[in-house]
Write a protein that binds this ligand. Structure first.
Ligand code: AMP
Ligand code: ZN
Length: 113
């Protein structure tokens, strides 16, 4: 599969992986938008949130809970952090393998751009 994040998950393309388990891989974003910017991906290839089905609900829950766990480990849980999932180009998705961005370490504005 010609997918950047599948290649990172299997080790074909290097990344600074900070967490991995049977379901997900988490690594540093190559172009960080905050002092802490991690990318949380499932090992399973799913192109966009529109292709997520009922059988993936545990996986999506695990991705979100892992974001919260990592925020605690990174010491940004209390000050606040953001978990972002962009769906399709109109929302800023550029890699078509679903991922949460975990952003923290600076003040976040609302609404997002
Ligand atoms: P999105 O625009 O929501 O699809 O997010 C894709 C993210 O992947 C962006 O924040 C990119 O900076 C990041 N990214 C792209 N290529 C790499 C890479 N080789 N290693 C780590 N992060 C990457
Ligand atoms: Zn993929």
């Amino acid at each position: 599969m010609d997918c950047l994040f599948c290649k990172i998950a299997c080790g074909e393309i290097p990344a600074n992986i900070i967490y991995r388990d049977d379901l997900i891989v988490v690594f540093d974003d190559i172009n960080p938008q905050a002092p802490h910017h991690k990318v949380i991906i499932p090992q399973k290839h799913i192109a966009t949130l529109n292709e997520v089905h009922d059988e993936d609900s545990d996986l999506i829950g695990h991705m979100a809970l892992s974001g919260a766990m990592l925020a605690k480990q990174l010491n940004i849980a209390n000050e606040g952090y953001r978990l972002v999932l962009n769906c399709n180009p109109g929302a800023g998705q550029s890699v078509f393998h679903i991922h949460f961005h975990l952003l923290g370490g600076r003040r976040m504005n609302w609404p997002p751009g």
